[in-house]
Design a protein around this ligand. Structure first.
Ligand SMILES: [Zn+2]
Length: 94
């Protein structure tokens, strides 16, 4: 028996399971940020098509790192630096 089903992928942002065509594949660029690519080799993370919400959620929960199996110590350090800068900026404002 032949099954003619579409491949199912899970969005790493909202954890929805959808047909592959409804999701966009992201791969890490040189600095570990997600870039949409269906052709790059290596591990990909799937995100709902054109969903900034899912990208933000995946970034926040570091779901990209889990999908890519990467250690993002550099990016975590950067995120800490950014949040510190934000706090300083906020503190400086009335
Ligand atoms: Zn999603």
């Amino acid at each position: 028996m032949t099954m003619l089903t579409h491949p199912i992928r899970t969005c790493v942002g909202c954890r929805s399971r959808k047909e592959q065509q409804l999701l966009t594949r992201y791969v890490p660029n040189g600095v570990g940020q997600p870039v949409a690519s269906r052709t790059s080799s290596g591990r990909g993370a799937w995100i709902c098509n054109e969903s900034a919400t899912c990208i933000a959620a995946a970034t926040k929960t570091r779901a990209f790192d889990r999908a890519w199996k990467t250690q993002s110590s550099t990016r975590q350090a950067l995120a800490i630096k950014i949040s510190t800068t934000r706090q300083l900026t906020r503190a400086a404002q009335p």
